[in-house]
Design a protein around this ligand. Structure first.
Ligand SMILES: Nc1nc2c(ncn2[C@@H]2O[C@H](COP(=O)(O)OP(=O)(O)OP(=O)(O)O)[C@@H](O)[C@H]2O)c(=O)[nH]1
Length: 615
């Protein structure tokens, strides 16, 4: 805590030492001013004021407040107490470097400093449903021909004029970018337009877009596209979207559906008007008069210009020449251009700009902050770099069930985000329904996605962005996916009995998760050949492709990501010899106890129940 950094601390030690033996009465010099950060308890304030805690407790008692040495004082109380003891308190707000990115979203500007800012909109939808065409149409009709000619290069974000008002569109390819930005805490989008082709219907990526927008808590406007096509069936889109929980306004819900043709431009003005309406409801504002901060939309290394980054200014005004820190890179904004490649000197909130001058290429989703001087920026970037290296060294799980249990216990968590993947629809639904019914001491489960199939990279990104745990039911992730999850700190819990999954989650919600054993996957092998031997059964000629397989381990037979069988290894051999272990890169023969339906290309996953050291 910041308090611990008080320089006064050594005095206390000296006093304590001195207290051990009788001292001649010495006149205490009481401080005339004190400085504190964060909060203070009675005991801490007494120490700063060089008074006895009992004096403060007595004073508070006289004021009608009961307190103890550990009572945390409000700023008002501190002020009053200090007045009583003839001292002036100063509260210093320190933003630890660690917290800067987190703070960005929470910096509270005074109402009088806020002015309206343009909305930031992202267009999402299934492949070929018309995202690019829509964005092109919007840009063509909402920037002058001359200006449009200037847009030759993709910078990842554009600003257009709609009815005399500016709107910023993010043109980030795919949903991954949206999610990976969110994963890093960057909330850049105010509205999501989900494009659905009326002649095609709701498709997997439409669902994904809905999941992402919902998880981010961003309002959705649905653009029912390709209305010019003969097969267009907007009613079908509406009912399919309603099934996903996106209820059309005309059916009593709160999502506006607009029928458009991105190709002919029909309905696009109405869509834009709707979007402005939704934006107005949010009363989007920002303070333009402070040091600037915002988010990296895209970044690349340009051969001639060095690191080039597209930034979205979210707070303050970015000026050419400003010193900025982005992630662990820093520099002075040497040149700043708008989306029409015109050089500009200032960029206000919601304005996308391309800048050069950084010493390294930042990542999309990184937060940037401007600093008053170059040296400070450099210092902070270096600190961050050190921390990043340290973090990478001790990379641990971002959110595991154990973390959750701990957080619940500490009262820090009201909602547990869960992503469910199951082998069949029935299980996915059953698990979702049962999990959502769990309610332990006001902590509840929020299922952010529940689908059929094995775990994909997009699931991991969504889980990472939402601090969610993935529950796999009767499915097995590939080694590559498992590795990715590990890298991103996403926890995958695999189960094949519904009540066990529920039991485990419920324990976490009670903050009492203490599994004695945990299943640990030790390796994976691919079945390359099958030998049927009478008396022995099916022998699988395998190649161990990850980790190792041990003679006494348990195994799972997986076909197309779905678990076919679970049991014990029957035998493990190399060249006719029984062996204890076969490691990655080696061939071996295996049988599975009481199971013969093994096919070429099946995956045999080896696992062990290992004792968990810590709850
Ligand atoms: N008839 C008709 N065709 C459209 C409309 N909108 C888009 N298309 C066509 O649909 C195809 C796909 O459109 P895109 O805009 O590239 O779709 P997208 O969603 O950006 O696709 P990806 O970038 O691959 O995800 C193109 O051939 C477009 O010309 C429309 O309103 N009507």
């Amino acid at each position: 805590m910041a308090y611990n950094k008080q320089k006064k601390k050594p005095n206390r030690n000296r006093n304590q030492r001195n207290n051990n033996r009788p001292q001649p009465a010495k006149k205490v010099e009481y401080p005339k001013e004190i400085t504190y950060h964060d909060t203070l308890t009675v005991g801490q304030l007494a120490e700063l004021l060089k008074r006895n805690s009992s004096d403060i407790i007595k004073f508070l008692f006289m004021m009608g407040n009961m307190s103890t040495i550990n009572t945390v004082l409000s700023d008002d109380d501190i002020e009053l107490i200090c007045m009583e003891f003839h001292c002036e308190p100063h509260k210093e707000i320190i933003i630890e470097e660690d917290d800067i990115e987190e703070q960005l979203g929470h910096i509270e500007d005074k109402e009088e400093n806020l002015v309206p800012r343009p909305p930031v909109v992202t267009i999402m939808g299934h492949v070929d449903h018309g995202k690019t065409t829509l964005l092109d149409t919007i840009r063509k009709t909402n920037v002058t021909g001359e200006e449009f000619g200037g847009i030759t290069q993709h910078i990842g974000a554009y600003q257009v004029n709609v009815n005399g008002r500016k709107v910023t569109f993010l043109d980030t390819p795919g949903h991954e970018a949206f999610t990976s930005m969110r994963a890093r805490g960057a909330q850049v989008t105010d509205i999501v337009i989900i494009v659905v082709a009326a002649d095609d219907g709701v498709m997997p990526q439409t669902k994904e877009a809905v999941d992402h927008a919902k998880a981010a808590g961003v309002p959705i406007v649905v653009a029912v596209n390709k209305m010019d096509k003969p097969g267009a069936n907007p009613d079908r889109i509406m009912s399919e979207m309603a099934e996903l929980g996106i209820m059309p306004e005309e059916w009593g819900g709160d999502t506006i559906f607009t029928k458009i043709s991105a190709k002919t431009g029909e309905g696009v003005p109405e869509l834009l008007e709707t979007m402005l309406l939704v934006a107005d409801m949010q009363e989007l504002k920002a303070n333009p008069n402070c040091l600037s901060s915002g988010t990296v939309i895209e970044a690349k290394l340009d051969k001639g210009r060095g690191p080039v980054a597209t930034l979205l200014v979210q707070r303050g005004t970015l000026h050419a020449g400003d010193s900025i820190v982005v992630g662990s890179s820093f520099g002075r904004v040497r040149k700043m251009t708008n989306d029409r490649m015109q050089e500009i000197k200032h960029a206000e909130p919601s304005c996308p700009v391309e800048i050069i001058g950084l010493n390294d290429v930042p990542r999309a989703g990184d937060v940037f902050m401007a600093y008053a001087n170059y040296k400070k920026a450099q210092e902070i970037a270096n600190q961050r770099l050190e921390k990043q290296i340290e973090k990478e060294r001790n990379q641990t799980s971002a959110m595991s069930l154990e973390d959750l249990a701990k957080k619940v216990e500490e009262g820090d968590l009201q909602e547990i985000n869960v992503l469910i993947k199951a082998d069949v629809q029935g299980s996915a639904e059953a698990l979702k329904a049962s999990m959502e019914k769990l309610d332990v001491d006001t902590v509840r489960v929020n299922v952010i996605r529940s689908t059929v199939g094995t775990i994909s990279e997009s699931d991991i990104m969504l889980a990472m962005a939402s601090n969610a745990i993935i529950y796999g039911f009767n499915i097995r992730p590939s080694a590559a996916i498992r590795k990715k999850a590990e890298e991103e700190g996403v926890q995958i819990r695999l189960h094949n009995i519904i009540y066990k999954a529920l039991e485990e989650l419920e324990s976490a919600m009670k903050g009492m998760l203490a599994p004695v054993y945990e299943e640990v996957v030790i390796g994976q092998a691919e079945v390359r050949q099958i030998y049927k031997v009478s008396k022995v059964g099916t022998i699988a000629g395998c190649m161990v492709t990850d980790g190792c397989v041990r003679r006494d381990c348990k195994v799972r037979l997986i076909r197309d990501g779905i678990v076919q069988y679970e049991g014990k290894l029957g035998s493990l051999r190399r060249f006719e010899n029984d062996v204890k272990e076969v490691t990655n890169g080696f061939e071996c023969g295996m049988t599975i106890e009481n199971y013969n339906d093994i096919k070429v290309d099946d995956i045999i996953e080896a696992y062990e129940d290992q004792e968990v050291q810590e709850a």
